[in-house]
Design a protein around this ligand. Structure first.
Ligand code: WT7
Length: 632
């Protein structure tokens, strides 16, 4: 299953296109199935519908855990590094993880959860988060992990959308010098939840801070576990039964509950993990993401565990106790594969190199990034200082919706090239197309990025909104539309140029502008808001809000702060705007559509070359915005 040479890559790729069913069935054959599939793939782009391994039955945790008990029971499955380096780390073997997952799965059942129920998980980066995810999967409950940095409002929206029956949380969480009152935020979310669907809350004690426990609803994790058996037979799942929901921002309105199903997701995450990271037995693998994002789902939990790997979980932040923390952890555990985000690299680049040089990084064999384009400067710094000028960099392109990495340069097989993610993995068929939807062939070329053949972990839907699913990803014939623009160079390498819709990637977080605009618009003094991204040297992009007020205010700075506090409260601190400008109007087309193109230019500091603005409803407003902008 592991590609080792260029020739093998080329051959495998050809085979995957000529005979996709044969290609994927061979890979799927490496897993334990309770019942073999009857048909590898059935699909229909128009409906749209994708069914992989139809008729097959399995449980993903049997493949993540039980399967390894024969020969890897005492191997470390999870290494957990706490926020505070003076606190003791934890190492959990496959045998122990199997036991803990089984016990907690029995707790879930006892508390009324059964197959198909939705369980919301709002936990910090502690092993119990991985245990909770796997326990849900073991009994066929659909997990919906919500990043523990989200506000009560965001949590409530997600709980309501999936009508979750249970919430798993902690008293609090540590992040650097901060302590986050998770239970308090969760309580508030349950109070404002419209569906009131949550019946039970299980609370893990992490910080020991005071919390309110509601009788009849809230139970301590430890107490719930008392007497729970370590024997929990797996629930037999159909290949297409949902495994989880994970929310991601959309260009309009509420977040999208992206659905992934069992069989295809399992096959793709394991296959991509083994190839992209070139993981070999005994390696120590570390992905710095949070399990609250897809990266953590696929490449901290499922992919590595399916491969029998040792996967690290880090509770803290890269700058605590100082900005050398990542590198000290790499040395401490002799990490072989290190996977992080461009925004983290850009942040750490700013510190003295001594913080890197004091650690021995010679164990590293692969260093990777994900989440947004990595700019050349950061790439070069990463290669030189972390990779000693020689360790291959993998710039991995994928999305919540794709379930796994689709485009990168397999290390040791394909050469890395700054700003280019690289080539598709075998089984993945990218395409570029123009605004009319026509495929753009040849090299070099440019266009919107689509995928013209289904792969096993393609999202199967948006929870509760198949219409939106169709509209968002399948509006062009016979392909999946990624929402990204891309270039293709002479070698066929893809370079992702960014979103072509109203989603902005800030520090690797995918933020829809509309929900943030909605929050600002709710302020009593605000008439209308438009948010655009502008280049930021650490975050990649930052948010710039143009706001029309009902009346002039004397204390604009005060109001800007207030608006940011509101955003932090309603959405989360990651959605705060770096710049807020109060404007007399917004440039609009005659049909009333805000000309974001112009605002983006202004936000980037441009003062001319706005193209033809004479067709605007209100061209005079552009000049007014610029005047005030340059005076800022
Ligand atoms: C969007 C998906 C996949 C996990 C993290 C983000 C951007 C992602 C890259 C990359 C350029 C990238 C795209 C994509 N993106 N990786 N290597 N190079 N852009 O998942 O929140 O679903 O966001 O992130 O714009 O569409 P997500």
């Amino acid at each position: 299953m592991q590609i080792k040479t260029v020739e093998q890559y080329v051959d495998t790729y050809r085979k995957s296109v000529a005979d996709p069913e044969g290609f994927w069935s061979e890979i799927a054959g490496h897993f334990i199935w309770k019942k073999p599939w009857e048909k590898v793939l059935q699909y229909d782009w128009d409906k749209p519908e994708f069914r992989w391994f139809e008729g097959g039955q399995l449980n993903i945790t049997e493949n993540c855990l039980d399967r390894h008990l024969d020969d890897k029971a005492d191997r470390t499955a999870i290494i957990w590094e706490p926020n505070d380096p003076n606190e003791e780390a934890r190492k959990i073997t496959y045998r122990e993880l199997h036991k803990e997952v089984s016990r907690f799965a029995n707790v879930l059942k006892k508390q009324g959860i059964s197959k198909g129920d939705r369980v919301c998980i709002y936990l910090p980066m502690i092993p119990e988060l991985a245990i909770a995810v796997l326990a849900c999967a073991r009994i066929g409950a659909i997990h919906s992990v919500v990043f523990a940095g989200f506000s009560s409002k965001s949590l409530a929206t997600r709980i309501d959308d999936a009508t979750c029956k249970m919430l798993l949380t902690a008293d609090g969480g540590y992040r650097g010098t901060k302590t986050i009152a998770l239970k308090e935020i969760a309580d508030k979310a349950l109070e404002i939840s419209e569906t009131q669907s949550v019946e039970k809350v299980i609370v893990f004690k992490r910080t020991g801070q005071n919390v309110d426990m509601l009788e009849g609803r809230d139970i301590w994790w430890e107490e719930a576990l008392e007497g729970a058996s370590a024997d929990c037979p797996v629930e037999v799942m159909e290949a297409e039964d949902p495994l989880f929901i994970l929310y991601t921002s959309g260009s309009t309105g509420k977040p999208k509950g992206i659905i992934h199903t069992t069989g295809g997701y399992m096959v793709y995450t394991a296959y991509s993990f083994i190839n992209v990271f070139q993981y070999n037995e005994g390696d120590i693998y570390w992905c710095t993401a949070d399990i609250g994002w897809i990266t953590g789902h696929s490449y901290i939990v499922y992919g590595p565990l399916l491969a029998g790997a040792t996967t690290m979980m880090f509770e803290g932040v890269p700058t605590f106790p100082d900005a050398g923390r990542f590198w000290q952890i790499v040395e401490k555990y002799k990490v072989n594969q290190f996977y992080t985000a461009p925004t983290a690299i850009r942040a750490l680049m700013k510190y003295p190199l001594e913080l890197v040089q004091r650690s021995d990084l010679s164990s590293l064999r692969v260093i990777g990034t994900v989440g947004e384009p990595i700019n050349e400067e950061a790439w070069v710094w990463y290669k030189k200082n972390i990779g000693n000028g020689e360790v291959p960099i993998i710039d991995t392109w994928w999305q919540t919706e794709t379930g796994g990495i689709l485009i990168t340069t397999i290390p040791g097989v394909l050469h890395d090239e700054p700003t280019y993610a690289g080539l598709p993995l075998p089984g993945v068929q990218p395409m570029l197309f123009d605004e009319m939807g026509e495929e753009v062939e040849g090299f070099p070329s440019e266009g919107r990025l689509g995928i013209k053949f289904p792969w096993p972990s393609i999202t199967r839907g948006i929870w509760g909104d198949q219409e939106r699913y169709k509209r968002t990803y399948f509006s062009f014939e016979n392909r999946y539309f990624t929402g990204d623009g891309a270039l293709r160079n002479k070698r066929g390498y893809y370079r992702i140029t960014g979103r072509v819709d109203d989603v902005i990637i800030v520090s690797g977080h995918n933020l829809g502008t509309a929900p943030i605009e909605d929050v600002i618009d709710d302020h009593p003094l605000v008439v209308e808001t438009a948010i655009v991204g502008f280049p930021h040297d650490v975050k990649g992009n930052a948010l710039y809000a143009f706001i029309i007020l009902k009346q002039n205010v004397d204390e604009e700075d005060e109001l800007a702060l207030e608006i940011n506090r509101l955003i932090a409260k309603k959405i989360g601190p990651i959605a705060k705007c770096d710049k807020i400008q109060f404007v007399p109007g917004l440039p609009k087309t005659r049909s009333g559509k805000i000309m974001r193109r112009i605002l983006r230019k202004i936000a980037a500091g441009e003062t001319s070359d706005f193209g033809d603005i004479s067709t605007l409803l209100n061209p005079e407003v552009v000049e007014k915005i610029i005047q005030k902008n340059s005076a800022l």
